[in-house]
Design a protein around this ligand. Structure first.
Ligand code: GCB
Length: 630
């Protein structure tokens, strides 16, 4: 078997499995009818070496991984290729194996529970066995997947989950990558290459949960919100249930609304179906969800307490956080609750040392503290969906999210890629559709949108997104020149990335103002749509001071920002410019390249979240804008 074939084992396997399911992917939440058990912690771990396929050949999923040979202990969630100091693990291309034993209480069977196994994200492709049975196949990182595993469990006894993870990226994966064969002193070797600028962290990145539900259960909820001029909040809901009713069994769904202190709110429900599975909730004097600093109580969340009752089964209860707000957009503006919003934000990464992309509450808490300290109100989840736990923070703190799928540097525009690209969006929308913080869908970062094929490709992608959600605008972070780009025409809002005085004419900050003013105006003139800047910035090495300013010094980063601020201030008077997002919130790790010193250093915070001079500079601006505009 050629090196290319073995490396793409799981990606190829999962391509054979039709995995677009219509089932919901609600975040596991405990209730009187649901137990949630975390499987986070230390898992057995093993690289599939020296034969990349050895795990499959020897059927490692049939036994304890520790019985197959020497194993390591790997923390979940984390990126295996950041935690360990062994270079072989950091640079591993191909399959790795994890396993963990857990106890399934006998009481779960006695109570007739269904048991679901849910992964928040495994990067990039995963295959999962429970007690030797293959139960899940999932391709595309950064997105959750789950399955009812009741039939595969041994109740009252130990059970084993085995996970094979493949981090290989190919021309048809999202994001794309390629493999290259090189010769080395010890023989031929296959290495992974990419065009994107972040480290290809891999492994079980987010929490693994078991959760239980009754036999007939709340499978998905769709919510859209509105309000009337006399302050009546409207919540349109649609509930999908899973499981089947026995003959003669009936079903009924009832809703309670709780305010943000968990107290029952006064409301009325207009139900337009007999079973109560869909309807409109009216709340008098409703409190709206507002972005940070646009209101003294940003991020106001209600809770929809949904109770599904059936004749012969236990009731299922699920509590969904809901924020009431509207989103509108015109040719020149983006409005929240009918008020124009100006985005003061960041491009970001899920990234920190030791854990890589592993979800970490302490880090997320610090990041949101810093976002608020600096006076920002938004960010883009560049360049992939962020953890649901992180999105919860955005909802609660009133931070507006431009929610991006993992398509970076989109190239080749094949049907196969299009299918995966749209699958990533379908899964993202299904996951985040109810979040008030999500204000736009971003369908790509820096696609090769000057190619002829990009026209029909992005037309299709945008129409696909609209078929799933008409309530939010569609955007992308474009970097091809406005005159040759073919994607912008299909978007609702234009985002553009540009690195004047950094990649273009480094050192010449005097080019920035006129160029940015000119480019933004041209994007607007071409498409008659609102425009925002999705990336600009400069690397700075924290602690490097140079006077006069010089590239990589803190002074240069500040100077480059100031020139952009001048352009943004002019653009704001032009009435189509809706925001600025600096690249990047914090320094982050990239692949090894001579243009990066230990990674990308365009953060206004270091990777350890210490402020650079640029953070104080940005803080002054964002607070001034907030005081002026909010
Ligand atoms: C970009 C990319 C981003 C990079 C950034 C840079 O245009 O969208 O992923 O990290 O430039 O710093 O080069």
């Amino acid at each position: 078997m050629s090196a290319i074939m073995w490396c793409a084992t799981l990606v190829c396997i999962s391509a054979l499995v039709t995995c677009v399911s219509t089932a919901g992917i609600l975040y596991p939440r405990e209730s009187e009818s649901r137990e949630v058990k975390s499987l986070d912690g230390m898992w057995n771990f093993r690289l599939s070496l020296p034969d990349p396929l050895v795990g499959f050949k020897e059927r490692w999923y049939m036994k304890d991984l520790s019985k197959t040979g020497p194993v390591l202990q790997m923390p979940v969630p984390s990126s295996y290729n950041d935690v360990m100091v062994d270079k072989k693990i950091r640079d591993h291309v191909g399959l790795v194996w994890y396993d963990k034993s857990f106890f399934a209480p006998e009481s779960w069977r006695q109570q007739g529970y269904r048991v679901f196994l849910r992964f928040g994200s495994v990067n990039y492709a995963a295959q999962v066995w429970v007690n030797t049975h293959l139960v899940l196949n999932h391709e595309i990182g950064h997105l959750p997947f789950q399955r009812d595993i009741t039939a595969n469990l041994k109740f009252g006894r130990l059970n084993r989950i085995t996970v094979a993870v493949d981090n290989v990226l190919l021309a048809t994966t999202v994001p794309q990558g390629s493999l290259q064969n090189i010769s080395t002193n010890t023989g031929p070797k296959t290495i992974q290459t990419y065009t994107f600028d972040f480290f290809n962290y891999a492994g079980i990145h987010r929490s693994v949960f078991l959760y239980t539900t009754p036999v007939v259960y709340i499978d998905d909820v769709d919510v859209t919100t509105n309000y009337t001029e006399d302050s009546v909040g409207l919540i349109n809901y649609k509930i999908q249930y899973g499981g089947s009713l026995s003959s003669g069994e009936t079903l009924n769904c009832s809703i309670t609304v709780l305010n943000n202190e968990n107290v029952r709110e006064k409301f009325t429900v207009i139900t337009d179906d007999e079973e109560g599975l869909s309807g409109i909730i009216k709340i008098e004097n409703a409190k709206l969800w507002w972005p940070y600093l646009m209101h003294e109580e940003p991020g106001y969340m209600y809770t929809l307490e949904i109770r599904l009752s059936t004749t012969w089964n236990v009731d299922d209860v699920y509590r969904l956080p809901v924020g009431i707000r509207t989103i509108k957009w015109t040719n020149t503006a983006f409005l929240i609750n009918n008020k124009p919003a100006y985005l003061r934000g960041f491009g970001r990464h899920e990234d920190s040392d030791i854990r890589g992309k592993g979800m970490d509450y302490a880090l997320v808490t610090r990041d949101y503290d810093l976002i608020k300290w600096i006076g920002a109100n938004s960010y883009r989840t560049s360049h992939y969906p962020y953890a649901e736990e992180i999105m919860d923070f955005a909802d609660r703190h009133g931070i507006m999210i431009v929610d991006e799928c993992p398509s970076v540097d989109t190239d080749n525009f094949s049907d196969k890629l299009l299918k995966k690209h749209t699958t990533s969006l379908a899964e993202l929308i299904k996951r985040d559709k109810n979040r008030p913080s999500v204000i736009m869908w971003s369908i790509a970062n820096e696609p090769r949108s000057h190619h002829k094929e990009a026209d029909s490709y992005f037309k299709y992608v945008v129409e696909f997104v609209k078929s799933k959600d008409k309530t939010r605008p569609v955007t992308a972070a474009l970097n091809k020149w406005y005159s040759i780009d073919r994607a912008g025409q299909h978007l609702d809002i234009i985002g553009f990335n540009r690195y004047n005085a950094w990649y273009t004419l480094p050192g010449h900050t005097e080019i920035i103002q006129s160029r940015i003013e000119d480019e933004a105006a041209k994007w607007h003139a071409k498409h008659n749509k609102p425009v925002f800047m999705t990336e600009y910035g400069a690397d700075s090495y924290a602690g490097l001071h140079m006077s006069p300013s010089f590239v990589w010094s803190e002074e240069y980063q500040v100077e480059l920002m100031s020139e952009h601020f001048k352009a943004f201030d002019t653009l704001r008077t032009k009435n189509f410019f809706i925001g600025e997002m600096i690249w990047n919130f914090a320094d982050f790790k990239t692949e090894q390249t001579v243009t990066r010193v230990g990674g990308n250093k365009k953060g206004v915070f270091t990777r350890q979240r210490e402020p650079k001079s640029s953070a104080y500079h940005l803080r002054k601006r964002y607070w001034a804008l907030a005081n002026q505009l909010d």
